[in-house]
Design a protein around this ligand. Structure first.
Ligand code: AMP
Length: 324
């Protein structure tokens, strides 16, 4: 995930982070804070530094365990930028131009202001993945095209220079919670939406409670799940179900005969019960920067150990002479 906000939102937490925490048990996992990707759009150095530490602190607070997985900052593993250059040189210009994410993002940035870094970021992503020789990469729908590019580049390299990279497969998560905006419940909750509609992990509890209590509902007054006709109420039920780990049916029957005010209070309590301890732990970690940086250093050490092996193999196969 990119360190592009001072707080993760509830969608990041329920849609991505909780799964990553679970995956640590089953896989030898590498989690990266993508600061090289964060500079593909204009950024402020102080904000980038703060957001990088804040993102790391929230991962750790949510349960990413530096003993079980490698949690590291991308720029602390130089092989990412080094392999990206090699991969840039085997990527076709037309091939890179077909990436739909670039089209979307460059349109937002304005064609003249979009950087070359933004254009080649899927190639950096390929390097991010291939350095670790993974069998699987957890991806959402929007990143499938980039994983395809990663696989194409890995196969191309293997064909031209001999077996070097494991060809990774998409690890599609079975049931990923999709969280919608509180004010505009047909749109996904996102950091780029209005703050009123977004539940942030790092917000004060009173702010979170107020946002939930001001969530858009509807006029019929009945608590039931109907995403099409009752998007606001259904989103509140979806959030409630995800944070309480109870089924929507169970919650609907629990709330039968009650009003939207009761629903919102129950959702606010359940959400805060989950996010308050994460926020408080993240703030503790942020108060001890040296310790936080030390933990990230451990992750970087683990990441570099593997990334450097892959890079050395690539450099050798490409025809570069190792430094003596
Ligand atoms: P983003 O920084 O917006 O790309 O989000 C990072 C990850 O968080 C995504 O790849 C999703 O897995 C997850 N995510 C973001 N927004 C939501 C949402 N509204 N509902 C569920 N998951 C989300």
């Amino acid at each position: 995930m990119q360190p592009s906000a001072d707080s993760l939102h509830l969608g990041n937490y329920l849609g991505a982070l909780t799964n990553w925490v679970k995956m640590q048990e089953e896989f030898n996992a590498y989690y990266m804070i993508a600061d090289l990707h964060a500079i593909t759009v204009p950024q402020d150095p102080k904000v980038l530094r703060d957001n990088t530490r804040r993102t790391a602190a929230q991962y750790l607070a949510a349960g990413i365990d530096p003993e079980k997985s490698a949690l590291f900052i991308q720029s602390q593993a130089p092989a990412h930028a080094q392999l990206a250059w090699v991969m840039n040189c085997i990527t076709g210009f037309g091939e890179a131009s077909r990436m739909t994410q670039f089209k979307d993002k460059s349109q937002k940035a304005g064609a003249d202001t979009a950087s070359v870094g933004l254009f080649t970021y899927p190639v950096l992503q390929a390097a991010d993945i291939l350095l670790y020789q993974p069998k699987k990469v957890p991806v959402g729908e929007d990143q499938k095209q980039h994983l395809e590019l990663t696989r194409d580049l890995a196969m191309r390299f293997n064909t031209r220079f001999g077996q070097t990279f494991t060809i990774p497969e998409a690890h599609i998560l079975k049931e990923t919670a999709k969280i919608f905006d509180l004010q505009n419940p047909t749109a996904k909750m996102s950091k780029s939406n209005e703050p009123k509609g977004t539940i942030n992990i790092m917000d004060e509890s009173s702010v979170t409670a107020k946002k939930i209590k001001s969530a858009v509902t509807d006029a019929d007054g009945e608590i039931r799940f109907d995403a099409e006709n009752k998007a606001g109420v259904s989103n509140l039920l979806g959030i409630y179900s995800a944070v309480s780990e109870k089924s929507i049916e169970a919650l609907v029957s629990e709330l039968s005969g009650k009003g939207y005010g009761d629903l919102k209070s129950a959702v606010a309590d359940a959400v805060l019960a989950v996010i308050e301890p994460i926020r408080d732990r993240a703030n503790e970690l942020l108060a001890d920067e040296a310790e936080l940086d030390r933990l990230l250093g451990l992750g970087a050490k683990r990441a570099n150990a593997l990334a450097e092996l892959t890079l050395a193999d690539v450099y050798e196969k490409i025809g570069f002479i190792p430094r003596k």
